[in-house]
Design a protein around this ligand. Structure first.
Ligand SMILES: *Cc1c(COP(=O)(O)O)cnc(C)c1O
Length: 357
């Protein structure tokens, strides 16, 4: 079996990254090796005086147990946005490489590629029979034809809400072994009822799964996301990452959020969001002016309107801000509405009922 590190940029294979003051595992009780201040800041309780551990082992272990992987298979970073950027930088030669995306999809894949001077090869999702579907054979064909080393699948998809079946991910990964890493961005996996691509990690080594604490865990402001995959590839990504990616206050907050009681509350809120998604989608399907509500495995619904501008304006003037996705290919009449609390969803429904009446 080939290793995914064979796909790492040739000029980075022996790149060790920055050696920080925390790189050498030294011990002592007087720390004078990192030019930190000897006195705490007046606004600080003392916990931020030192540079943080780049990948705190306790945090890594908690995250690994949450996602059911080994700690060395997991890289913690500043949101999955950082993981996307690291994958592009590590696997694509600047000015030469290519990545494959499946629009309409999350915008950061193309942003990271563009910033790195890498070509974006688009294989549009197929929109048919009231749902979006990923044409996995076309994705494989385009990857091989373009020489792309990275494929971004978003499942559940943003903004489409569709799920890429795991059999398709497995088939693509097998076909692209030795050629490309298949990234499955599972930012919304907690809201889905289908199994995670993490279950494929035992049988393939060119699948990387992205997870985040920004959505179901309600910690978008803490900026904590992870890449999970082959341990050697994860070690390469770490060497490409900033020396101290995780701020101390975020490490502490996320660590608390992964305790049993907090996780139980997160699961409760997730179940409520799933229930509200069904209620919101059901009511929108029979609302005046609504053309189509796509099935969603996420915490939002994608809705086509007779008059999307009118719906957007009516909601906005009632103080309700939704995402205008009309600039995305094939979505010229669509808005993406995040599932809110029951009272917030009621407001969406009553504004839309009144806007047409
Ligand atoms: C929200 C979102 C993310 C962003 O995750 P962060 O961890 O907040 O950077 C990643 N992927 C998709 C598809 C998203 O919708």
């Amino acid at each position: 079996m080939t290793s995914p590190i064979d796909l790492v940029r040739a000029d980075l294979r022996d790149f060790a990254g920055y050696r920080s003051a925390r790189s050498d595992r030294l011990t002592g009780d007087v720390w004078l090796n990192a030019n930190e201040s000897a006195w705490p800041n007046a606004a600080d309780d003392g916990s931020a005086r030192r540079y943080p551990d780049p990948q705190p082992q306790a945090l890594r272990e908690k995250l690994a147990s949450l996602y059911g992987c080994a700690p060395e298979q997991l890289l913690a970073g500043r949101g999955s946005d950082e993981a996307i950027d690291l994958l592009v930088r590590a696997l694509c030669a600047p000015g030469q490489g290519a990545v494959v995306t499946t629009p309409p999809t999350f915008g950061m894949y193309a942003v990271s590629a563009r910033l790195h001077g890498v070509r974006v090869v688009e294989v549009p999702l197929v929109d048919g029979e009231g749902a979006f579907r990923c044409d996995i054979d076309a994705v494989g064909d385009a990857s091989l034809a373009s020489g792309a080393t990275l494929v971004f699948l978003c499942s559940p998809g943003n903004p489409t809400g569709d799920v890429v079946p795991l059999d398709d991910v497995r088939r693509l990964a097998t076909r692209l072994e030795g050629r490309a890493v298949v990234v499955v961005d599972e930012a919304y996996q907690e809201f889905a009822s289908t199994p995670s691509a993490l279950t494929l990690l035992g049988e393939t080594n060119n699948v990387v799964v992205l997870r985040t604490l920004s959505k179901a865990h309600a910690l978008a402001g803490a900026r904590l996301g992870v890449a999970i995959g082959d341990a050697d590839l994860i070690a390469v990504l770490r060497r490409c990452q900033a020396p101290y990616p995780l701020p101390s206050p975020c490490i502490a907050l996320v660590s608390d959020a992964l305790d049993d009681a907090a996780l139980a509350r997160t699961r409760g809120a997730t179940a409520l969001a799933v229930q509200e998604r069904a209620r919101l989608a059901g009511a929108l399907r029979v609302a005046p002016g609504v053309r189509l509500v796509y099935p969603s495995a996420s915490n939002f619904v994608l809705v086509r309107f007779d008059d999307a501008q009118g719906a957007f304006d009516a909601l906005l003037s009632a103080g309700v801000v939704v995402r205008d996705v009309r600039a995305q290919p094939g979505l010229g009449d669509a808005l993406r509405i995040t599932v809110g609390r029951p009272d917030e969803n009621d407001r969406v429904l009553s504004v839309l009922a009144g806007a047409i009446a």
